[in-house]
Design a protein around this ligand. Structure first.
Ligand code: FAD
Length: 261
């Protein structure tokens, strides 16, 4: 399949991208970042944007930097950039988790901001953002605002982002040396059936694959208590009992994978 016709625009600044999103609002413009989700959806005609606003040439949107105890990751930073980065023990959980994101070519092009904006409930970046209380920095016509990850994901592929806003940065506000994320997928590189992240310092668990958004459990009890507390339904090919068993196993496994746990 090929995408429906669209007009391509190359933005040279975030302000310019925001202005284009506003000017073209009637014709469903979309930001283009790594294209690893959007282009596939366009090819399947699940998305038919009239305009693509390419932000990949906007300077200053990629990069990882420490800011006191926090870590700031630019929206255009790729999964692979994070996987290869030496983030030290404080944020090594981010690098370690990247092995679960698709395959190498996808990690090489796909971006952190794109993952957060796409808001798949099992996407590793969405889970990490909720688990570690990240802040999503977005820019719109009125300037920048911070959105807590806990309130950013509103439903399946739905976020608090306004149509004319661009994600510029994701801020992980505090070190997370005792965190880990693990998952089960039917095939290597697929999205997870269930993913589980834990942060022992905040007694938090985050789960993917058990709801329409990442599900945080805090304070989290034993793996069995976490699993038994979920409202799960049978789905085609995935009985609730199977998913509950995965949650129990993966929460326990994630806890075992925490360094020096
Ligand atoms: C075969 C395959 C397997 C995959 N497996 C996984 C997986 O296991 N885990 C996982 O997390 N992901 C997976 N992905 C998706 C991948 O991580 C994508 O890179 C990611 O979901 C989107 O990032 P992107 O930069 O490619 O965004 P794009 O595809 O360019 O955009 C995605 C959406 O986000 C919007 N957007 C992008 N950037 C911004 C921004 N800065 N501000 C506002 N809106 C923005 C776009 O308008 C679009 O709606 C997989 C993809 C494929 C094709």
């Amino acid at each position: 399949m090929k995408p429906a016709p669209f007009t391509y625009h190359r933005a040279s600044s975030v302000t310019g991208a925001v202005a284009l999103l506003g000017e073209l609002a009637e014709e469903e413009p979309k930001i283009l970042a790594g294209g690893q989700s959007l282009v596939a959806m366009m090819n399947y005609r699940m998305a038919r944007p009239g305009h693509l606003v390419d932000i990949t040439h906007v300077p200053g949107l990629a990069g990882i930097r420490r800011d006191g105890g926090a870590l700031r990751i630019g929206a255009l930073t790729t999964h692979r950039d994070v996987e290869k980065a030496d983030l030290g023990p404080d944020f090594a959980v981010l690098s370690r988790t990247m092995r679960w994101v698709g395959h190498l070519p996808i990690r090489t092009r796909g971006t952190v901001g794109g993952s957060i904006a796409h808001a798949d409930a099992t996407a590793e970046w969405c889970l990490l953002a909720v688990l570690l209380d990240a802040v999503i920095v977005v820019e719109g016509p009125a300037g920048r605002r911070d959105v807590a990850a806990g309130g950013f994901f509103l439903g399946p592929f739905t976020t608090a982002l306004e149509p004319d806003e661009v994600i510029v940065e994701i801020v992980f506000p505090r070190p997370a040396p005792r965190a880990a994320l693990t998952e089960y997928a039917d095939r290597r590189g697929d999205f997870a059936v269930v993913a589980a992240g834990v942060d022992l310092d905040t007694e938090s668990v985050v789960l993917g694959g058990v709801g329409s958004v990442p599900v945080a459990v805090r304070p989290a009890g034993s793996p069995g208590e976490v699993a038994d507390g979920l409202d799960l339904r049978d789905e085609p090919g995935v009985p609730a009992s199977y998913r509950r068993g995965l949650v129990r196993t993966l929460v326990a496994r994630a806890r075992e994978e925490v360094p020096d746990a």
